[in-house]
Design a protein around this ligand. Structure first.
Ligand SMILES: [Fe+2]
Ligand SMILES: [Fe+2]
Length: 282
């Protein structure tokens, strides 16, 4: 088992106001991209958001990019070609078999760090732009989700593996709000941002915690608001009414991009977190 980060070298230091070098950055994080309609929405919204906010880094959660479940190498390449710096995933990581070798060969796509070590892929990466280094960590909650190891113990070795970075973004992919809130407090003052994903519904609690970590319980999804968390609503309702198996398809109705913009001026600290909720332009 990897050692937890040493207190003096991990991304938990230095303390605020200790003369840390400035590290101005804007991090755009986009919530779960659902199906082709979600990918198209991202591709159309991204130029507008770049023009408006000039983000230094763009990170997206892509666990639903392939027809609503999982992601293929082709989907991932499309997102990287659009300028996405890193892709995080979640409980749908392994839905498409063709992604398995890609998860091992592509540094910038992450599955939760607290999955079993024997499962394909890795949970951390460091991306660099304009001399700034952003560490990205993907971690899964344990309640109602299949993650083989504890989020709260494995986050330490994940952070410790990043080395010297200017900022750290943690995507905590979890069902339970309590786990996400707790992870925010647990990492407050140690990372730049803790952003929640998985429920596909944005929460209204975005804020910078007292230690300087930007936090939101759920960013929401990038996909059709006209469905039930991405699925055609009539199919979701039929399933609930009949309690019988129903084939789910991705809704095509009312696509929006849902994300957050985290602005920073100091290493490992956020100045603000702004919710971005944007309808597909066309
Ligand atoms: Fe999702
Ligand atoms: Fe999920």
């Amino acid at each position: 088992m990897a050692e937890p980060p040493a207190a003096e070298t991990g991304p938990g230091t230095p303390e605020r106001g200790s003369g840390a070098p400035a590290a101005a950055a804007k991090i755009l994080f986009v919530g779960d991209i659902v199906g082709g309609i979600g990918r198209d929405t991202l591709l159309e919204c991204l130029p507008v958001l770049r023009e408006r906010h000039a983000p230094s880094f763009v990170v997206v959660n892509g666990e639903n990019a392939a027809g609503g479940l999982g992601i293929t190498p082709k989907n991932a390449e499309q997102l990287f070609a659009a300028g996405v710096d890193a892709i995080t995933l979640g409980n749908h990581t392994y839905h498409r078999r063709e992604i398995y070798p890609y998860l091992d060969s592509q540094d910038r796509i992450l599955r939760p760090a607290n999955f079993l070590r024997s499962q394909p892929g890795h949970g951390t990466t460091v991306v660099e732009r304009d001399g700034l280094r952003l560490g990205v960590v993907n971690i899964s909650g344990n309640l109602y989700l299949r993650a083989g190891r504890s989020a709260f113990t494995e986050i330490e070795s994940a952070l410790g593996s990043l080395g010297e970075v200017d900022h750290v973004l943690v995507d905590v992919h979890a069902e339970a709000t309590s786990e996400k809130v707790a992870m925010g407090w647990h990492l407050d003052g140690r990372v730049t941002a803790v952003v929640g994903t998985h429920t596909h519904v944005p929460t209204a609690d975005g804020r910078v915690l007292p230690g300087g970590t930007a936090y939101i319980t759920d960013v929401g999804m990038t996909g059709p608001r006209g469905g039930v968390i991405g699925v055609k609503r009539e199919q979701a309702i039929e399933s609930l009414l009949t309690q019988m198996p129903v084939r789910f398809e991705t809704s095509q109705e009312d696509p929006w991009l849902m994300g957050v913009l985290i602005s920073c001026s100091e290493r490992l600290r956020a100045d603000s977190i702004e919710q971005l909720l944007m309808p597909r332009p066309s």
